[in-house]
Design a protein around this ligand. Structure first.
Ligand SMILES: [Zn+2]
Ligand SMILES: [Zn+2]
Length: 338
């Protein structure tokens, strides 16, 4: 079977190897779609300090079951499945407390172990969710949207809340539309006006702000001085993260979804006066995956606007460099492995 491996930073190679063999606890799956994520692009660029090469990338997968022995799971040959790519240990304090998303010994497929850029893959049965009533494209975007669903659940976002989403990339756009589904009022922030227009027109943001155009005053005016219950950072940008509480009301939440690989500093009297709840978000739980699948089944998420490019997998070794460039305006690129 064909597979693509990231041999070294800036080097992807198409190769051939034997099909994997599944065990009683895992299923053999045909890979149909692999979504490209910021994590994959960073690994390719060599910006993941502890990343081990060579590695098969890809954790946003749509697959079909080729073989499965376990009948208890209810999943059968021919079923389309969503994959939860977080291989948690099931034994640590986080796992036993139901926080499988932040397992102490977490292995994420495509990051710590080989991922989905291969024609066939084996995955533990317990990490499969049946999705025969969804399209393969919808199945492939469940994981990135589950990250946003998890962030909204961490902040206990509810109908009528006023939320600010900083960053209109794939994670931010997901948070925006899922927050609208919940019934929140959403204000989107980005330095890119094209993305802001898309946040409003395609994903339902109620108000958009460019941080270079006195956003604080505009937000104050829009919210009649009240500011946001919750500010979500989906930029991973140090300055954006540190300025998040400026948009937040007293008693609010600052939710860090993006990852900045360094130290953050906050003016303590300011965050103290507001009694800020600072929440970090890592991955997502099965509950978050199921929430996203419900929203997609109800056709309440604009998957068409979210998936901005579809390419055959053979394009990956040559096109990846362009996809990873900061000028790329794509939201979600799906690679097709049919
Ligand atoms: Zn991802
Ligand atoms: Zn664990």
């Amino acid at each position: 079977m064909k597979y693509i491996s990231c041999e070294n930073p800036n080097q992807l190679a198409l190769g051939n190897k034997d099909k994997p063999v599944h065990t009683a606890a895992s299923a053999l799956l045909k890979v149909n779609r692999v979504g490209i994520c910021g994590t994959d692009l960073h690994a390719f660029k060599g910006n993941q300090p502890y990343f081990v090469y060579p590695r098969v990338l890809g954790h946003e997968l749509a697959t079909t079951v080729i073989d499965i022995d376990d009948t208890a799971s209810g999943i059968k040959k021919g079923d389309q499945v969503v994959i939860i790519p977080y291989m948690n240990c099931e034994e640590c304090a986080a796992c036993t407390a139901g926080k499988s998303n932040c397992c102490q010994r977490m292995k994420v497929m495509g990051v710590h172990t080989d991922g989905g850029m291969q024609e066939y893959i084996t995955v533990p049965n317990r990490l499969l969710l049946r999705a025969n009533d969804m399209t393969l494209d919808e199945i492939a975007i469940v994981e990135p949207l589950a990250i946003g669903a998890h962030a909204l659940r961490r902040a206990q976002t509810k109908r009528g809340d006023l939320v600010v989403v900083m960053g209109c990339g794939p994670i931010g756009m997901g948070i925006i539309q899922l927050a609208k589904y919940i019934g929140a009022t959403v204000i989107a922030l980005d330095v890119n006006n094209e993305r802001l227009q898309k946040a409003r027109k395609s994903f339902g943001a109620d108000f958009v702000l460019n941080p270079t155009e006195s956003p604080f005053d505009q937000l104050k005016e829009f919210t009649k001085g009240e500011l946001a219950h919750t500010v979500f950072d989906a930029t991973g940008n140090k300055l954006a993260m540190q300025s998040g509480t400026d948009y937040m009301r007293h008693g609010g939440n600052l939710v860090l979804v993006g990852l900045f690989k360094g130290e953050l500093a906050f003016h303590h009297p300011t965050i103290h006066a507001k009694e800020t709840s600072l929440l970090c978000c890592r991955n997502a739980t099965p509950e978050d995956f199921m929430f996203v699948m419900k929203v997609l089944r109800e056709k309440k998420f604009n998957a068409e606007a979210y998936i901005t490019k579809r390419e055959n997998y053979t394009a990956i070794p040559t096109a990846f460099n362009t996809w990873a460039s900061p000028e790329s305006n794509e939201i979600k690129i799906l690679t097709v492995w049919d």
